[in-house]
Design a protein around this ligand. Structure first.
Ligand code: ADP
Length: 504
């Protein structure tokens, strides 16, 4: 299996780094314009102040009334006093001609205001761009060639309050441009470093977080190649409690169950083969004996076929049991019939009474079928469950003993359960063996069980059928005293053996 072309690790890292870059750019833009607004705001204060000073200066009107000799634009002393580094003044007459400028403007003229300023308290502030050459000596140290200016224009009034011209004051925004210029450099460099760091940290972190996934893939691949189910992803018993850690732990649990199921399956196949080997060997032995000595030994002609039939019968039972266990039992259509457990017991008893007689064991069955012991299930499977339990009880109870089969319905919380009880006064089962008797091929006394015709699968089938019907099996036993097997199945009310009846 090939590795993915764009790994989730890179996808995650690129996504987050991209997001970080977008956020940084947004923040940078915000900072850029916030700084501009702040700086221009503080420069505007100086500009407005200087503008008001010039507008109110009485000398200025006197100087304008008696201008120095020479052609306009004149350099008036009041304008020179109010001008300064980065601050320029200019006066236009009512026709728009420039009549006076501060000397620092040189040959440059400030552009006329955008509108007519005929009212005394009108003012207009605009932003313009001018080449720095000659205007701003301090700009020589920078690589800035064109600078923004904030120009405030307003009417110039004579002593009687009449508009005689337009006063214009310009403030250079070189500082703002410089600060923004440097800010761009700092932001770009900072963002580049931040994005590079985020990328490196992201790849490392994502790699660390996704490490268990890589391990899952590698482990799954190794298992696929070798078939070795003993491999695990997390070597520690306490994997990290995050989503990926839980996935790894879940995968390990699944592997553990698979390994156990696989081992149980292998054991089952080995046990089944072993069980079949014994009767097959016996049949072959008897058949060979019959062929070699049959003609000379007439007794063999009687004995060998009987033994062969006995062993073949054992094989037949074993294969039937194996088939039952191998049949998938969770098909709803197979368990959709209403079955009376007491009816099943009565049906089964017919087949088991001869065995009870043969074993000289007293078999007690329920009387009339009048109690409510109905379950939803598969009649054949339930018959087999009863047969296996009663058959065991009869086989493991010595002559003179008793086997009692009963069924009733009882409440379990809000639910109703049908209880099937098989009680015997037989050999009992030791405490050590009790937890194992439902395992496939488990026998307390192998020789005795085989001799009694047991396959070792009877109780495994009982438990299997009970589980398929949503029930459970319980056992109580004491060696030498006897055993009680109880099967609890969910009860169903309303019908008996498929017929609708009224419930008593
Ligand atoms: P088997 O075919 O050997 O009877 P089972 O699965 O039916 O296999 O039973 C497993 C073992 O449990 C038996 O070998 C037997 O030792 C023990 N056992 C089952 N039922 C009884 C019982 N009623 N009394 C005593 N022992 C029992």
């Amino acid at each position: 299996m090939a590795r993915p072309t764009v790994s989730i690790r890179w996808k995650m890292t690129l996504l987050y780094t991209g997001l970080l870059a977008v956020l940084l750019v947004a923040f940078g833009l915000f900072l850029f314009f916030a700084v501009e607004r702040l700086l221009i705001g503080s420069l505007n204060e100086t500009l407005t102040q200087r503008f008001a000073q010039a507008q109110a200066a009485p000398q200025l009107r006197a100087e304008l009334a008696a201008p120095p000799p020479g052609a306009a634009p004149w350099h008036l002393p009041t304008l020179e006093r109010l001008a300064g580094a980065g601050l320029f003044l200019q006066i236009r007459d009512s026709d728009g001609h420039v009549i006076a400028t501060s000397a620092n403007l040189g040959a440059t003229q400030l552009p006329p205001p955008s509108g007519t300023l005929s009212q005394p308290n009108q003012a207009d502030t605009t932003q313009i761009r001018l080449p720095v050459g000659g205007l701003l000596p301090e700009a020589a140290t920078t690589d800035i060639a064109v600078v923004r200016f904030q120009v405030r224009s307003g009417p110039l009034l004579d002593a009687h309050g009449h508009v005689v011209g337009v006063l214009q004051v310009a403030q250079s925004l070189l500082t703002v441009d410089e600060v923004q210029d440097r800010l761009i450099d700092v932001l770009v460099e900072g963002m580049a470093v931040a994005v590079a760091l985020a990328l490196a940290a992201g790849v490392w972190l994502a790699g660390r977080l996704l490490h268990p996934i890589t391990r899952i893939t590698d482990t799954a691949r190794r298992i696929g190649a070798s078939g070795d189910l003993s491999q695990r992803i997390t070597p520690t018993t306490r994997p990290p409690q995050d989503e990926v850690g839980l996935l790894a732990a879940t995968f390990d649990t699944m592997l553990e169950r698979l390994e156990r199921a696989f081992a149980a399956q292998q054991q089952f196949v080995a046990d089944a083969s072993h069980e079949l080997k014994t009767p097959v060997t016996a049949i072959l032995g008897h058949a060979n004996l019959l062929r070699r000595r049959g003609k000379t030994n007439p007794e063999l002609v009687d004995e060998a076929p009987t033994a062969i039939i006995e062993q073949a019968e054992r094989m037949r039972r074993l294969t039937l049991d194996l088939l039952t266990l191998a049949t998938p039992g969770d098909h709803p259509e197979r368990v959709a019939e209403v079955v009376s457990i007491e009816q099943v017991i009565t049906d089964v008893a017919k087949a088991l009474v001869p065995l009870a007689r043969e074993r000289a064991v007293q078999l007690t069955l329920p009387g009339a079928i009048d109690t409510v012991t109905r379950v939803l299930g598969d009649r054949d499977q339930l018959k087999q469950l009863v047969v296996n339990l009663v058959d065991n009880a009869l086989r493991y109870t010595p002559a003179g003993g008793q086997v009692q089969v009963t069924a009733w319905q009882e409440s379990h919380g809000l639910d109703q359960a049908v209880v099937l009880e098989v009680r015997d006064t037989g050999v009992g089962i030791g405490a050590d063996d009790l937890p194992h008797i439902f395992e496939r091929f488990y026998r307390v006394d192998k020789a005795r069980s085989r001799a009694a015709g047991g396959s070792g699968l009877g109780l495994a089938i009982v438990q299997d059928v009970a589980y398929r019907h949503g029930g459970t099996v319980m056992v109580e036993s004491q060696v030498g005293q006897g055993s009680v097997f109880r099967v609890l199945l969910p009860a169903v009310a309303g019908t008996v053996d498929g017929m609708v009846t009224s419930q008593s």
